[in-house]
Design a binder for this molecule. Structure first.
Ligand code: NAI
Ligand SMILES: N[C@@H](CCC(=O)N[C@@H](CSC=O)C(=O)NCC(=O)O)C(=O)O
Length: 369
């Protein structure tokens, strides 16, 4: 079948809106009509050429919502008409990782996903007879996409897809990192670096966890109003100080924060976030994605004196088990999604969504087909 898609033909190039060919789903695969997709900083990261796993040409996009059109052989957990959210972190329930009870990092399709192909090693997309690669197992920048069954969460069909698509990545990542990775407790102090979709969602998670002090940090003060709405108790711009921001944070608290979250992808900020964590027990959660060749460092003394560095992928959330409940929470108003959607537009304008993100003018642009 034909499908309108925004194709990344090469790193650093604007996406091109073309009609691609999409093959039917094979064994264990599902054809989904995407109704809405958010544009996340990770899409921009991969498009920039910084992603070691970036392959081109590809259909990017991983924060979508859609409806099942057709299922391949052996698919039992979804059927045509079901409303779904594609998962870049699959959940097979059977691999070592799924069974461990310790992580959401299922490996069922991860190796092929990282190469831009389906589990059988081939692509379902092509353009003028040439293969087009998949992205993060989702490729939501195509109206019709093929994903593995294990990469689909079935959700309430009454949910608003323009909002719940954000649970496919950004909002789940931020909220999940607070609850599942950091396990923030009532009264804990929290500092969040970077107030995009991820950082703002982490603020919302911190408020849900009844954190005490919630400090929001960004070099763009235009983000502060929404941060306060979501629960930040104070907002700081590192540019307003003549000393490193972690020194400012330690002075504000005495010994640092119980939990810090890096939601930018800047290795220097990751160090600041670690060093702003409380002596003896503070932990810093790396959420931001940094480019090829970037590495984090700190004085080992920072760890010897009790700080812990952790990372979080998709907020530690097991997508097929937990995402349907998070959709219900959003429908009940317990997760507030609407304020994240600062812009909506059609697929033809998707490059504007990237511009708005780079200019710091959007939180999330949601594309509709
Ligand atoms: N680990 C995971 O599962 C996931 C990671 N990510 C990553 O999280 C990061 C954030 O994603 P989005 O919120 O979509 O990005 P975004 O671009 O919307 O937000 C980033 C924010 O950081 C601020 N910022 C930039 N440099 C700063 C600095 N030096 N100090 C303070 N603030 C600074 C920007 O002004 C902006 O508000 C990205 O690296 C993305 O790739 C995104 C989704 C899931
Ligand atoms: N491919 C990159 C790393 C990209 C990365 O870290 N992705 C995050 C999700 S970002 C979502 O918007 C993640 O969860 N990674 C875990 C995974 O299994 O993909 C690289 O190779 O450095």
């Amino acid at each position: 079948m034909k499908s309108r898609a925004a194709v990344a033909f090469g790193p650093g190039k604007p996406l091109e809106i073309v009609e691609i060919d999409v093959e039917p789903p094979r064994k264990g695969e599902v054809l989904v009509r995407i109704t809405n997709t958010g544009v996340c900083h990770t899409d921009a990261f991969t498009l920039s050429g910084e992603d070691p796993e970036g392959v081109f040409p590809a259909v990017l996009g991983h924060e979508g919502a859609g409806i099942v059109v057709e299922v391949g052989e052996g698919v039992t957990s979804v059927k045509p008409g079901d409303h779904v959210i594609p998962l870049y972190t699959a959940e097979c329930g059977e691999c070592l990782f799924c069974k461990s009870g310790k992580t959401n990092l299922c490996v069922a399709v991860r190796a092929t996903q990282g190469k831009g192909v389906m589990p059988d090693g081939t692509t379902r997309f092509s353009y003028n007879g040439q293969p087009i690669y998949h992205y993060m197992g989702c490729s939501t920048f195509s109206e019709y996409t093929v994903v593995a069954e294990v990469s689909l969460a079935k959700i309430n069909p009454d949910a608003n897809p323009e909002h719940v698509c954000l649970l496919g990545c950004g909002v789940t990542t931020g909220i999940g990192a607070v609850h599942n990775t950091a396990k923030v407790q009532p009264g804990d102090s929290v500092a969040i670096f970077g107030l995009g979709g991820i950082g703002l969602a982490a603020i919302q998670g911190a408020r849900q966890a009844k954190a005490g002090r919630i400090i929001a940090i960004d070099t763009n003060p235009a983000k502060f109003e929404l941060a306060r709405t979501f629960g930040a108790t104070e907002c700081l711009n590192p540019k307003d100080f003549d000393k490193p921001i972690h020194e400012v944070l330690i002075e504000m608290t005495g010994w640092g924060f119980d939990h810090t979250f890096e939601c930018i992808g800047n290795v220097n900020v990751m160090r600041s976030a670690l060093e702003a964590a409380h002596r003896g027990w503070g932990q810093s959660i790396v959420i931001g994605v940094a480019g090829a060749g970037k590495e984090i460092s700190t004085r080992p003394f920072q760890l010897i004196t009790g700080r812990t560095w952790k990372g979080s992928a998709f907020g530690g959330v097991k997508g097929r088990t937990q995402l349907p409940g998070m959709v219900e929470d959003a429908m009940k108003g317990e997760i507030d999604l609407a304020p994240f959607v600062t812009h909506t537009m059609g697929l033809d304008d998707i490059n504007k969504a990237f511009d708005l993100m780079h200019e710091g003018k959007s939180i999330r642009t949601v594309i509709h087909y």
